[in-house]
Write a protein that binds this ligand. Structure first.
Ligand code: NAP
Length: 372
């Protein structure tokens, strides 16, 4: 009997001791969680403040900025924002009429603009173009390698020339510009270089083989130069945008079943959930440039795709095979011809490409002879 009582007493005491211990542990856990939350909030605030300080240390006021492909699309939007911030821009592209329209656009916004007609596919034209800009502005504080051509179509129609052209514009032209400008930047005490690559330069996309391969090369070049140039106070930013509504779908070139290729590409170029407004993209790019941020990926969809590919490369590989099956097949012999989107028949209903089409008009993408 006495043993039973003792045993019951012992059980009651140990239960209340356990309850006390649980309470203490819960209390400790609660305190730990609060401390952790506070630490996260403080770290986030510190990160935000640091970002702001780094952005404002490099102002665009009176900076000379060279933008390749600055005559339309993203390049022109970047130029508008740089002019608004008090900077000077040198726009480099091939089409003289388009450059002239861009200059008028920027002059109306009281920007200081120099336009330089130059074909970056011809390496011999790069050096005189750089000289002209330095003669006019005295220096180049920021180089933005933005010029690009997009060729869409199945591999069956892509030739060695397509790959070579893409490599010359997306890889060799930035290489040439960086190689010639960096020695000068060193004498001026530093600068910024922004290389506009693409989601296609991080994740190979079907029907964009020359584009993807050459943008992968640009991503590698940009990331490799970044580490070595930092000691000269030259900060390189690699930008990987997903779809942006620059309006350039009409200037993209198509092969294969032209109209069908244009249809899927045009629809994705203006899709609200996967594409980003070009003004917003430009703001983010310039902020990253000012703070010397190493890398910038634009659009949530592009970030998710890059992360998915890094974590599950095989799954992405299988998915791309499925995507390829959904895209138009190869065309007949006429499919070997490169044709601009503006020359093609529109299979999409107008509401599907409305946002992209508005950007076409806004961003100097529309050739005067093209009626819509
Ligand atoms: N739009 C998007 O959704 C998207 C997505 C990811 C990445 N990107 C990249 O962002 C950049 C800008 O795209 P965007 O949509 O603004 O393109 P865009 O409107 O077609 O502009 C391309 C610019 O590059 C110039 N260019 C083309 N070939 C050239 C050459 N051989 N020499 C000199 N300049 C040349 C063009 O002028 P000329 O034709 O007169 O020479 C034009 O000014 C490109 O590098 C593109 O790959 C765009």
């Amino acid at each position: 009997m006495g043993v039973a009582l003792l045993f019951r007493d012992f059980r009651q005491r140990s239960r209340s001791a356990a309850a006390v211990l649980i309470c203490l542990n819960l209390r400790n856990l609660e305190i730990m969680l609060r401390v952790l939350l506070l630490a996260v909030v403080l770290l986030f605030i510190a990160w935000l403040v640091l970002r702001l300080i780094r952005t404002h240390r490099f102002s665009l006021q009176d900076r000379a900025v060279l933008i390749t492909g600055g005559s339309r699309g993203l390049g022109l939007v970047l130029a508008r924002q740089i002019c608004a911030a008090g900077g000077q821009v040198a726009l480099l592209a091939r089409d003289a009429a388009e450059l002239a329209r861009a200059k008028t656009d920027l002059s109306r916004r009281s920007g200081t603009v120099l336009t330089v007609q130059c074909d970056l596919l011809d390496a011999g034209q790069v050096q005189p173009a750089i000289r002209e800009i330095i003669d006019r502005f005295g220096k180049i504080d920021v180089l933005i390698n933005n010029a690009g051509i997009i060729e869409v179509g199945p591999l069956d129609h892509m030739t060695r020339e397509d790959f070579e052209r893409a490599m010359r514009l997306h890889f060799w032209a930035p290489f040439e510009l960086i190689s010639q400008i960096v020695p000068e930047m060193r004498t001026w005490g530093g600068g910024r270089i922004v290389n506009i690559s693409s989601i296609g330069g991080k994740l190979a996309v079907p029907h964009l083989a020359p584009y993807s391969a050459s943008k992968f090369a640009l991503t590698g070049l940009s990331d490799a130069f970044r580490a070595e140039l930092a000691r000269d106070n030259i900060h390189v930013t690699t930008v990987a945008p997903g779809m942006m509504r620059t309006g350039s779908h009409v200037n993209a070139k198509f092969k294969g079943k032209h109209d069908s290729e244009f249809a899927w590409f045009g629809a994705s170029a203006g899709a609200p959930l996967i594409s980003m407004n070009a003004d917003r993209a430009a703001r983010k790019i310039l902020a990253a440039c000012r703070r010397g941020q190493p890398s910038l990926t634009l659009t949530f969809a592009a970030r998710a795709a890059i992360l998915g590919n890094a974590l599950f490369p095989n799954l992405t590989g299988y998915m791309m095979k499925v995507v390829n099956r959904l895209l138009p097949g190869a065309g007949d012999e006429g499919g070997n011809q490169l044709r601009a989107g503006s020359q093609l028949r529109r299979l999409n209903p107008t509401w599907l490409t409305r946002l992209a089409d508005r950007a076409t008009i806004r961003n100097n993408e529309e050739r005067p002879e093209v009626s819509r």
